[in-house]
Ligand binder design. Structure first.
Ligand code: KIV
Length: 291
């Protein structure tokens, strides 16, 4: 890496918010322009998934930059085995619930499986529905065949976030949920696609499950921020599924997830304590009773 490049600067030294341009917003609401400013200032962007009203309210009180109503909602909240079961109704319903609690956080919603492949009028109707539900941007998986539509969506006033690497809606073609871009041919195609998505007007780009060296190459080659998940530390931001970082599911711990809590234990202990109080008639007590 050229040590004089902006990216090298990001690796060498992360400036504190106090040192950077005062125009760069470090408050709780991020705009599309500020995504670019964050990259220029080497200030990482954090994003977590959010699917419902009560977690939106909790996240509204955190410093996290951006909420993603991901199509992973189909797996995490509805128990499906892949994201292809998320449809427009599901995405709009969860986006509405999130937007009623998000307190101004920037909300990105996934375009669900095939919603952007059914022709421009149908795709634009889907975009309109998600934006009216509260999305401030839509995320679209893949570049091939999507570039013209992405240009049209952006020209129509709706920001688009790209998504490359492991694109779970294509898991049938990809042969499963596996790391992408280990061989040079696929890596080159991801690199080229990233440039195409940036040129088409995407304001940011998710890189999922790619080798860290490829993620760094992509990050250095595009002017828009990259947000990684399973893509190493060289991206401009990171995203995790909220339930994964809270370890709500005890048995699910992929390598790229850092668990910041013990959600499964908190829930079990709280509910078991409630149950014990009920069966021992310690709940409700006088303080919880109308006399
Ligand atoms: O749906 C989702 O949760 C996502 C993240 C993995 C980026 O797209």
């Amino acid at each position: 890496m050229d040590i004089g490049s902006p990216m090298a600067y990001c690796f060498v030294r992360r400036p504190s918010p106090m040192e950077v341009d005062p125009e760069v917003n470090m408050t709780r609401t991020l705009s599309v322009q500020e995504f670019a400013a964050r990259k220029a200032a080497c200030l990482p962007i954090s994003m977590v998934t959010c699917y419902d009203h009560w977690s939106a309210r909790l996240l509204a009180a955190t410093d996290v930059d951006c909420l993603l109503v991901g199509d992973s909602v189909a797996m995490v909240m509805h128990g499906h085995d892949s994201t292809i079961h998320a449809d427009l109704d599901m995405m709009a319903l969860h986006t509405e619930a999130v937007s009623r609690g998000a307190g101004g956080k920037f909300i990105v919603t996934d375009m669900p499986f095939l919603a952007h492949r059914a022709g421009t009028p149908a795709a634009m109707a889907a975009v309109g529905r998600l934006v009216q539900a509260g999305a401030m941007a839509v995320k679209i998986e893949g570049a091939a065949g999507n570039l013209e539509l992405i240009r049209h969506i952006v020209e129509s006033g709706v920001p688009v976030m790209g998504h490359l690497g492991l694109t779970p809606q294509s898991h049938l073609v990809l042969g499963g949920h596996r790391v992408q871009g280990r061989d040079e041919q696929v890596a080159a195609s991801i690199l080229a696609s990233a440039g195409q998505l940036a040129s088409a007007g995407c304001f940011a780009l998710v890189l999922e499950c790619v080798p860290d060296t490829l993620a760094e190459r992509v990050t250095q080659s595009v002017g828009i921020p990259t947000i990684g998940i399973g893509a190493g530390s060289g991206t401009d931001g990171q995203v995790l599924v909220l339930h994964d970082l809270l370890a709500v599911n005890e048995t699910f711990h992929p390598r790229f997830v850092r668990q910041y809590g013990e959600g499964h234990r908190w829930v079990r202990e709280a509910v078991d304590a409630f149950h014990r109080d009920v069966v021992s008639r310690r709940f409700p007590g006088p303080a919880e009773t109308f006399s």
